[in-house]
Design a binder for this molecule. Structure first.
Ligand SMILES: Nc1ncnc2c1ncn2[C@@H]1O[C@H](COP(=O)(O)OP(=O)(O)OP(=O)(O)O)[C@@H](O)[C@H]1O
Ligand SMILES: [Zn+2]
Length: 749
């Protein structure tokens, strides 16, 4: 198919092009496209350009917007012939840079897969037989290896060289001779990676429930009308949202539009990708950072070249090069994983909404636990509201029990699994049904300390305590990766009375194995799923009932459809309540409702045990009663009182650097500058500046951190302040201090 990038040479008679270079620059640069490079090159093509003495990767955004007065340098080379994005996406990238106050070059660095390096990367050699079947018998003077190769190829015609080498060792030299004799053709081909190759055969689509039918009608109507049309699809767990997305995609494809589906977690892209592949075949691409670089680039290329027109992926798939975008689905829209930390700090759901607006696409935000902000907007009519209040599966929502841990001490001991939960697990196992245990903490214990002098083992690079990983015999920092062997004496008082508290998944697993030695048990968290494919494998084992009990962090709470799970235990439901964040209650309600939603999705009823010290907290009681509305109203009232989103917009200014004193000084300087701007621009009524203060994690990865929180009524005052601030901080805020703007921060940590 034709790559057909929008040609720039026809648009730029003077040969000047605008290039975004992958450097922390807030502006784009102008280069001349030499005649010899100009043919076929277009918007989105990666090029090599000189910046100072360096050669830097950049992307062509279009003809130069203005003719600069300085000398203009030439584009040095074209790195690849196919465009990474088309003209329609350029305004999207500009918006990202602008909204997130981020250097435009870095936007591209975050958004795009890196161009291939190395010559044959992404290509492989194929061997093809160049004879008719009869001729194969003829050539008499060939050695045994040559004959073996021809015989091998006779059956299959052609295959990758690597495949041939598995059967006929070291064939290259012989192949060279055969190629020179025109008996075989040896040529490179683009390597195809198909991450969804193993998709099992499809079951026929179900008969839609009346609610699903109604939802699909509304979405179809919007698709046919064409134009931006955002929806909140609020559907309880197992209400069949996936089927609604599939139906919507069907309609979009019928209208010759492309489809983008976002999921918050890599592990979820796989089953949903498979559901789309089953329905729509090989036009479905899978995009996430867990794929190899080559596979990712290959999927990207096939989308850009319009060989595929459905992209299913995690957060960064929001940048996927889909032309004629008609439908965007953001599943589990409430999920915090949509926020990128590090690099460009974008929120993929918010970015998807903007992309939908630019493309004139129907944009579906789906969740059983919509974020308060999304629900608020739907109530105010900004989004169309679709509700799927019932499960489509045979059983209704599970019964939820709150277990008050205060009442379940066993002597002086506080068991990690209370008696009621233990009994329920035993009964569930005896019925040959499955159990899911949720504990949102990794490792064995997250605090290791000296009983004698109370010394707490902390990371050398971060102001956080080290987590005990007992199996490995290590203390590890969950922020920077620092690790050390498990100490046996306290460095402060030389005592050997070292203890731990704050139990994590590793401990829970040990305990579960002890209590239920017969059960088949696995644990899924970032420790056990560190290598590619492992998470998918564990989830697959769970789905096919080769496991009885799955223990996991938030990775297992949402989206998954395990019909034989009838018991869910939330082991320490309060963990997320203790976070010093304004949305701690929201997060707790979401986690518990989602994990509860994994129970009873098949033929048999489900039940849920939530272990807590705060059974009276509204986030827990609402989760127990499956009462989103009650939770929402209580939460919204609190947000209004305290001036938090959706009533305000937040931005966090983070200052960081290696020297504590300069960072602190810079933080005060920024705060003073912000106050001045506030006064001079009459923004005081609309915006509040809180801080500066040391960040809750005052040191991370050797960087000292201070922060200033901006709370703004409306977006305008906030962007006015940030623009002014950037202008006044032109020369930087202090030696080796960086200022990062985190728009709509996910947390204050
Ligand atoms: N109309 C239907 N009739 C019967 N079964 C259906 C129907 N629609 C979907 N299902 C099945 O119901 C199960 C739950 O659907 P799905 O996983 O889409 O739920 P969901 O709404 O996305 O839930 P969650 O928010 O928990 O992810 C799936 O196994 C799906 O195949
Ligand atoms: Zn650390």
């Amino acid at each position: 198919m034709n790559p057909s990038p929008t040609p720039v040479n026809s648009l730029t008679p003077n040969g000047l092009v605008e290039v975004a270079v992958t450097l922390p620059l807030f502006h784009t640069l102008t280069y001349r496209l030499p005649e010899k490079l100009a043919t076929g090159i277009g918007i989105g093509v990666p090029v090599l350009v000189p910046v100072g003495r360096r050669q830097v990767t950049g992307y062509i955004l279009g003809p130069a917007r203005a003719t600069p007065t300085v000398t203009i340098k030439d584009v040095n080379a074209i790195l690849d012939s196919w465009p990474r994005f088309d003209a329609a996406l350029v305004p999207f990238f500009r918006w990202l840079a602008d909204y997130y106050q981020h250097p435009i070059g870095e936007v591209f660095r975050t958004a795009l897969p890196t161009p291939r390096s190395g010559k044959n990367d992404g290509q492989e050699y194929w061997v093809t037989l160049n004879l008719t079947g009869a001729d194969v018998q003829k050539p008499g003077r060939l050695g045994p290896k040559a004959k073996a190769i021809l015989a091998f190829l006779k059956d299959i015609g052609s295959c990758p060289l690597a495949h041939l080498s598995r059967f006929i060792p070291r064939p290259r030299e012989t192949l060279g001779r055969l190629a020179r004799a025109n008996l075989v053709i040896l040529a490179p081909r683009a390597r195809h990676f198909d991450p969804l190759a193993e998709t099992p055969a499809a079951a026929p689509p179900p008969v839609l429930s009346p609610d699903q039918e109604e939802a699909c009608q509304a979405i179809r109507l919007a698709l046919r009308r064409q134009g931006f049309s955002p929806f909140l699809v609020y559907g309880v767990t197992a209400s069949g949202k996936t089927e609604v997305y599939l139906q919507a995609a069907q309609e979009a494809l019928a209208l010759k539009k492309s489809v983008l589906v976002l999921l918050p977690e890599i592990a979820l892209t796989h089953p949903i990708g498979q559901a789309f592949r089953q329905r729509f075949g090989p036009r479905v691409a899978l995009l996430h950072s867990g794929l190899s670089d080559n596979a990712r680039v290959d999927q990207w290329r096939r989308l850009a070249l319009k060989e595929m027109d459905i992209a299913v992926g995690a957060r960064s798939a929001v940048f996927a090069p889909l032309a004629d975008l008609g439908l965007i689905v953001v599943d589990e829209e409430h999920d915090q994983s949509y926020k990128n930390e590090g690099g460009l700090p974008y929120q993929a759901r918010d970015a998807a909404l903007y992309r939908g607006q630019l493309a004139g696409a129907v944009t579906l935000l789906g969740s059983a636990t919509p974020s308060v902000t999304t629900y608020y907007r739907a109530q105010r009519g900004k989004y169309q509201y679709i509700s799927l209040p019932e499960r489509v599966t045979p059983q209704s929502l599970p019964q939820v029990h709150l277990v008050n841990l205060r009442e379940h001490r066993e002597g002086r001991r506080l068991p990690i699994i209370s008696a009621p939960l233990r009994l329920a697990i035993a009964e569930t196992l005896s019925r040959k049904e499955q159990v899911l245990l949720f504990l949102n903490r990794r490792g064995y214990a997250n605090v290791y300390f000296c009983l004698f002098c109370s010394h707490i083992f902390q990371c050398q690079h971060c102001s956080v305590s080290l987590t005990l990983h007992r199996q490995e015999g290590k203390l590890r920092c969950h922020y920077c990766g620092y690790q050390e062997p498990l100490p046996v004496v306290c460095p402060q008082c030389q005592s050997t009375a070292l203890k731990h508290y704050g139990l994590g998944g590793e401990f829970l697993e040990r305990e579960v194995r002890r209590l239920f030695p017969e059960a088949r048990i696995a644990r899924l968290d970032r420790d056990t799923a560190s290598h590619r494919g492992k998470a998918i494998q564990i989830l697959e084992e769970m789905k096919t009932h080769r496991l009885d009990i799955l223990i996991g962090t938030q990775m297992i709470t949402k989206g998954h459809d395990f019909p034989q799970v009838t018991l869910v235990g939330a082991v320490a439901a309060d963990l997320s309540l203790y976070f010093p964040e304004y949305h701690a209650g929201e997060r707790t309600f979401q986690l518990l409702t989602q994990v509860a939603g994994r129970a009873g999705r098949g033929d048999r009823p489900g039940q849920v045990f939530i272990q807590t010290y705060h059974p009276e907290h509204f986030a827990l009681t609402a989760a127990q009663r499956h009462d989103y509305q009650a939770f929402y109203e209580a939460e919204l009232a609190a947000r209004r009182d305290l001036g938090y989103p959706p009533f305000t917009r937040l931005a966090l200014l983070r200052l960081q650097g290696k020297n504590a004193a300069t960072v602190e000084a810079a933080a005060h300087k920024v705060a003073r500058a912000a106050q001045t701007i506030l006064r001079t621009h009459n923004l005081e009524k609309h915006l509040r500046i809180l801080g500066p203060a040391p960040a809750p994690r005052s040191r991370l990865k050797e960087q000292y951190r201070w922060q200033i929180l901006l709370k703004s009524y409306g977006r305008q005052p906030l962007s006015a302040l940030l623009d002014q601030l950037r202008a006044s901080g032109g020369k930087g805020w202090g030696p080796d201090v960086t200022l990062l703007v985190d728009m709509d921060p996910a947390g204050m940590q």
